[in-house]
Design a protein around this ligand. Structure first.
Ligand code: SF4
Length: 445
């Protein structure tokens, strides 16, 4: 099989893995090395699905001895198989890098013979790249569950970022759909990587001044990530978010990536090909993930036992705000950062700008837009110097209609006019919390 055909097969086979991005590593090449790793990531287009576009994203091999039910490369599927040799993979990466097609490499693999055997082969490719070609560009390598810690150590010394995929959100699902992958085989490398990365950071500090940055022994300087498949199993959003929170906490994950299950129609217990998992669900889980990492939300605030699925029509932060009218309106001139971040339409940047700007004097409603606040959403949930500018107060039954974000099914503009409010509230006087009359009773028809 020629190299181009191998690349076609192994590039296509790698597209299901989303646990990579080129951010997180910053390194200039030094004398005698080739390539840089850039923190901001690079956006050359490479894959057709638009993910991880700056990296050559391939499998070492799509032969696999495992038979994970959700996987398009599993052993029992009759499909064309291929494998690179370490030399082929290294040459291809360097060739593409020199042609400016790519900035780095994302390398995963099916399991050949055993996790250790597969890791040895991937390691040989990385050794050629780093030691022979002196390649200094970004490398993200997959850790196969069950790989010996010595090999994890070696791979982490060559790679900028490593990831061991959790794949499914519960042990029960893993046991049902990927019985050859034991939870302990996934968590052991994660724990080892966390400790190694921590040690690396401490070594860097300790040795600063005695060793150059290039001489400091590396251990996955950009840390570790993982990936979870959404919708292949019956696990709820609450289960997924609770697990993610634990992964961030226990293993210092840089990111948990989520991938809506793409049906391959070959396993009776998985969703059939004509009922794909809605991408909106994946999107909402990413939003909830951001709320947990940057907005001080806990999984059990976003969801609970009675309501275990994220809403599709509004984002999770709006949903929380709509369910907790007693928390609003929030006064922007006095609220602490955590409270400001609970206002829909206020992000981390605008919240910090508010705190900075109010040191200079009291903020007015008209100042907020200039600070980046999305008033179209925020107006219903805040006051500035006691002034409320929304046309509906928190807790109003019509408010939800204003908060749908277009990801779901409703239109924002339909309920935005006083005429429509009047139609929904015939004869009633509509007032803001401060008592301002928004629509007088006499206007009813
Ligand atoms: S081990 Fe990886 S490649 Fe092999 S069947 Fe499972 S998910 Fe697919």
């Amino acid at each position: 099989m020629n190299l181009a055909h191998k690349l076609e097969i192994l590039g296509a086979a790698a597209r299901y893995d989303v646990s990579c991005s080129s951010s997180g590593s910053n390194r200039q090449n030094s004398g005698g090395t080739l390539g840089n790793a850039a923190v901001g990531g690079i956006c050359h287009s490479w894959t057709a699905d638009g993910r991880c576009v700056s990296l050559l994203k391939v499998l070492m091999s799509n032969y696999c001895i495992y038979d994970c039910a959700y996987c398009a490369n599993r052993a029992s599927l009759d499909k064309e198989r291929a494998a690179f040799t370490p030399r082929e993979l290294a040459d291809l990466t360097i060739d593409f890098y020199r042609r400016n097609y790519i900035e780095g490499l994302f390398l995963s693999s099916g399991v050949l013979k055993s996790p250790d055997h597969t890791s040895e082969i991937m390691m040989q490719a990385l050794e050629i790249l780093r030691n022979e070609y002196r390649f200094s560009g970004y490398i993200h390598v997959k850790i196969i569950p069950g790989t010996d810690s010595k090999l994890v150590d070696k791979l982490s010394s060559y790679a900028d970022r490593v990831s061991c995929n959790i794949e499914l959100p519960s042990s029960a699902s893993l046991n049902r759909f990927a019985p050859q992958k034991l939870p302990e085989h996934i968590f052991a490398p994660m724990k080892y990587i966390k400790q190694g990365h921590q040690q690396y950071l401490e070594d860097g500090r300790r040795k600063r001044g005695t060793l150059s940055k290039a001489q400091t022994p590396q251990f996955a300087p950009a840390g570790q990530t993982t990936q979870m498949i959404i919708g292949a199993s019956a696990d709820t959003d609450l289960t997924i978010l609770t697990l993610s929170k634990n992964l961030y906490k226990r293993f210092s994950m840089k990111r948990v990536y989520y991938s809506a299950y793409i049906p391959n129609g070959t396993h009776a217990e998985l969703p059939p090909a004509d009922t794909p998992v809605p991408l909106t669900r994946e999107h909402r889980i990413y939003q909830a993930d951001f709320l947990m990492r940057f907005y001080y939300f806990e999984p059990d605030e976003l969801l609970d036992d009675a309501n275990q699925s994220l809403q599709m029509d509004v984002d999770p932060k709006c949903d929380w705000a709509l369910r907790h009218p007693e928390e609003y309106p929030i006064e922007v001139n006095t609220a602490p950062l955590e409270r400001l971040l609970r206002i829909p339409g206020v992000g981390t940047i605008s919240a910090n700008r508010i705190i900075e700007a109010r040191r200079m004097g009291g903020l007015r409603l008209e100042d907020l837009r200039k600070l980046g606040v999305v008033m179209k959403r925020a107006q219903f949930f805040l006051t500035a110097n006691g002034k409320f500018g929304g046309i509906l107060e928190p807790g109003h039954p019509m408010l939800r209609g204003h908060m749908v974000d277009g990801t779901g099914m409703a239109q924002l503009s339909l309920f935005n006019t006083p005429d429509v409010l009047r139609l929904a509230n015939p004869g009633a006087e509509l007032t803001s919390p401060s008592g301002k009359i928004l629509l007088p009773a006499a206007a009813s028809r």
